[in-house]
Ligand binder design. Structure first.
Ligand code: NDP
Length: 252
């Protein structure tokens, strides 16, 4: 009897944070992996080597997923080196520098929307063109990264980022309905306060310690705690779950 082919997963922004934790768990669970990164080649290559230690294929794929030509190049490499994509984690995301909206540079706001909204939608588009029976595929699963900012609003920090993640929830719900009959499930995970570089990059060092008392569980979460829910939603354990936005917030 020949073994079933391994599922093929692309994680955008996989070089660190929640994306990297997702790649580690996915490799341990037997997914072949494309680890997309924008700038951190050494980290992405080292992670790919670590993942191959689980006996799966894993490649690091450079590409800015806010750029249409780069998105095409990423998918072409996945097609050639791993085969037909079956799973996607639409993870790459930025906040821009924290400020009130009236003080935010328009270019910063545009970069956030270009990546978090346009990039995520165009990445999903390419993934669906591999997964859908309309294009020769046999189904798959997508998990998009939303945020607790959707309902908290992120006032004084990055309301434009909150708005971008609201778009992710709409994308998730719409695609789940568009693709439900094609064996493609689409869900989102909405993390709360998670210990990654994203806060420091926004100029908000010490944010986890400051905000932890406002979290019912009294702490920030880890990237792995988010990744575990992502892996559940990708898996057949979630075979009848689509269009859901899972909160991973310690109750916040
Ligand atoms: P990090 O800042 O730790 O990591 C972001 C990753 O995205 C990096 O690997 C980065 O690579 C990559 N990336 C950034 N821009 C691009 C781009 N244009 N093209 C490709 N890759 C890119 O973030 P987190 O792990 O914290 O966040 C992951 C997701 O989770 C995001 O969508 C975020 O909005 C969401 N989220 C996070 C929360 C948190 O508290 N951490 C809370 C709610 C949601 P590089 O360095 O090379 O640019």
């Amino acid at each position: 009897m020949t073994a079933a082919p391994r599922p093929v997963l692309l994680v955008t922004g996989g070089s660190r944070g929640i994306g990297a934790a997702t790649c580690r768990l996915a490799a341990a669970q037997g997914y072949d992996l494309a680890i997309n990164y924008r700038s951190e080649e050494a980290a992405a290559e080292a992670l790919a080597a670590e993942c191959r230690g689980h006996g799966v294929q894993a490649i690091a794929v450079r590409g800015d997923v806010s750029d249409e030509a780069d998105i095409e190049r990423v998918f072409t490499r996945v097609d050639h080196e791993l085969g037909r994509l079956t799973h996607l984690v639409n993870n790459a995301g930025i906040t821009g520098r924290a400020s009130r909206l009236d003080d935010a540079p328009p270019d910063d706001v545009r970069r956030v929307i270009d990546l978090n909204v346009t990039g995520a939608i165009l990445v999903a588009r390419e993934a669906i063109r591999r997964m859908s029976p309309r294009h020769g595929g046999s189904g798959g699963a997508i998990v998009n990264l939303s945020s607790a900012a959707v309902w908290l609003g992120a006032p004084n920090d990055f309301v434009w980022y909150a708005a971008s993640k609201g778009a992710i929830d709409s994308l998730t719900i719409g695609l789940s309905k568009e693709l439900g009959a094609e064996n493609i499930r689409v869900n989102a995970v909405a993390p709360g306060l998670i210990e990654t570089d994203i806060h420091e990059t926004a100029g908000l060092g010490g944010r986890i310690e400051r905000l932890a008392p406002m979290v019912p569980m009294q702490r920030g979460g880890t990237a792995e705690e988010v990744a575990r829910v992502i892996l559940f939603l990708l898996s057949q354990d979630a075979a009848y779950v689509t269009g859901a936005v899972y909160r991973v917030t310690g109750g916040r």
